[in-house]
Design a protein around this ligand. Structure first.
Ligand code: FAD
Ligand code: UDP
Length: 388
């Protein structure tokens, strides 16, 4: 991947270095280039743009996401309008089933999941109680639901906790759900409805020509130079006076001087089957079975027409620098405490260097949140700094 002449153009003067060509870096580079008319050098140590959203065809011609399945969803009209400048969309509403006691049931766990797993009289009673307590359509984080004063709701919550969350979370994080910030399991709350979708956001779609094509257009501004396969430190040595936006791991930037922050990684196993479709929905979760957490069928996401199908299994694993990728920050109280001195160090550099993104902020962002964070940083701070 990449544009010809990347390295030649890199020799020119630049006003800004953006480290990382993912959602955060690309959004900031585009804004600075287009709105401030300043020169931006975007570097990424990988040999492609798009960060973890990178996609492309495999040896069988099946389009997949190299770093795990990426489904775009947002409630932000602003983010949707901004990204729509660079891509057309294919409407797509993601659905997920989790295999519980041998049965695939909807996740987020909802009224249909209750009906599929309990005898009819029990299911009716549990649904009535949940709707009575919280209201139809409400979403309730499972850890909150376990605190209910109603015995039957607590029975249901404990069942969902044990069968959907406990083992999955141990596999994914090597931690129990209550050791993580509550926002992690609250991403997939109990849903007192029959809506089969994983997300309820107003805008849900996949970039029609893929993520890499979206990023090609974002970074096509003449004020932007793209240097792939390039370390930030190399760019910094060549352009010591440029302002910097760093979207890599914040602890790495400071040479781990306050200790290494924890990250969680994944290993992806690809399996091709000679059938048009192998799963009823985009993703099937296996909370209690096997060592992987979930299997995603790429064609369901991309809409690609093709006689065979690609399934991607996700095996969580410990992060080891240089061996695998730091996919997830680990939201715990301990990591928050470790992060604080890095945030102080970052504040001390403000005016010359800014940190942003899933790794730069050490925050569990979705793609739309990474883009929103970048747009806000540009509007509130960088647009004024850059113009000064
Ligand atoms: P990244 O995409 O991580 O980009 C940072 C870039 O910086 C990387 O390309 C890296 O190579 C580069 N870099 C780091 N350090 C240096 C350095 N020193 N020098 C040069 N380059 C450097 N979000 C959704 O909205 N929907 C989903 O369905 C979804 N699924 C996901 C599934 C998985 C398995 C994972 C891991 C994430 C998923 N996400 C999803 C989250 C999404 O990937 C992130 O929100 C998004 O990629 C964050 O963008 P970013 O630019 O902050 O970071
Ligand atoms: N989770 C779970 N069981 C599931 C789905 C999710 O325990 O069937 C928990 C788990 O801790 C997971 C978190 O909820 O890490 C967030 O899930 P999400 O699907 O949002 O994770 P991501 O897509 O970011 O990996």
């Amino acid at each position: 991947m990449g544009r010809s002449g990347d390295r030649e153009r890199e020799g020119a003067m630049t006003d800004w270095i953006v480290a990382g060509a993912g959602f955060t870096g690309a959004t900031l580079a585009e804004r600075i280039a287009a709105e401030l008319g300043q020169r931006v050098l975007v570097v990424d140590r990988r040999d492609h743009l798009a960060g973890n959203a990178f996609d492309g065809a495999d040896d069988n011609g099946i389009v997949h996401h190299r770093y795990g399945p990426h489904i775009f969803h947002t409630n932000s009209r602003k983010v949707w309008d901004y990204l729509s400048r660079f891509t057309d969309w294919r409407p797509y509403h993601h659905e997920v089933l989790a295999v519980v006691e041998g049965r695939p049931v909807p996740v987020p766990f909802n009224l249909e999941s209750i009906a599929a797993l309990f005898p009819a009289f029990m299911a009716e009673n549990l649904s009535r109680r949940v709707i009575g307590e919280y209201g139809y359509g409400r979403k309730i984080p499972i850890l909150k639901m376990r605190e209910s004063g109603d015995d039957e709701i607590r029975f249901l919550a404990d069942y969902v906790y044990r069968n959907v969350f406990e083992s999955y979370t141990r596999k994914q994080w090597s931690l129990d759900p209550d050791e993580l910030d509550p926002s992690v399991t609250a991403r997939v709350p109990f849903h007192a409805s029959r809506d089969p979708r994983y997300f309820q956001d107003v805008y849900q779609a996949m970039p029609r020509a893929g993520y890499a094509a979206l990023f090609e257009r974002m970074l096509s501004h003449p004020n932007i130079e793209l240097a792939l396969g390039t370390e930030f430190d190399d760019a910094r040595r060549r352009h010591p006076d440029a302002r910097v936006i760093f979207t890599g791991p914040i602890d790495e930037y400071f040479d781990y001087r306050h200790g290494a922050l924890p990250y969680r990684s994944l290993r992806f196993v690809h399996r091709v089957e000679e059938v048009a479709f192998a799963q009823p929905v985009g993703t099937v979760n296996y909370p209690n079975d096997y060592d992987f957490t979930r299997i995603t069928e790429m064609k369901r996401l991309t809409g690609q027409a093709c006689g065979r199908t690609l399934l991607i299994e996700e095996y969580p694993e410990a992060y080891e620098s240089g061996r695998n990728e730091p996919y997830y920050p680990v939201p715990t109280q301990a990591s928050r405490a470790l992060l604080e001195p890095y945030l102080d160090a970052a504040r001390a550099l403000e005016g010359r260097v800014w940190f942003a993104g899933r790794l730069g902020d050490y925050a569990y962002y979705n793609m739309d949140q990474a883009c929103a964070r970048a747009l806000a940083l540009f509007e509130k701070t960088l647009s004024r700094v850059g113009a000064a």
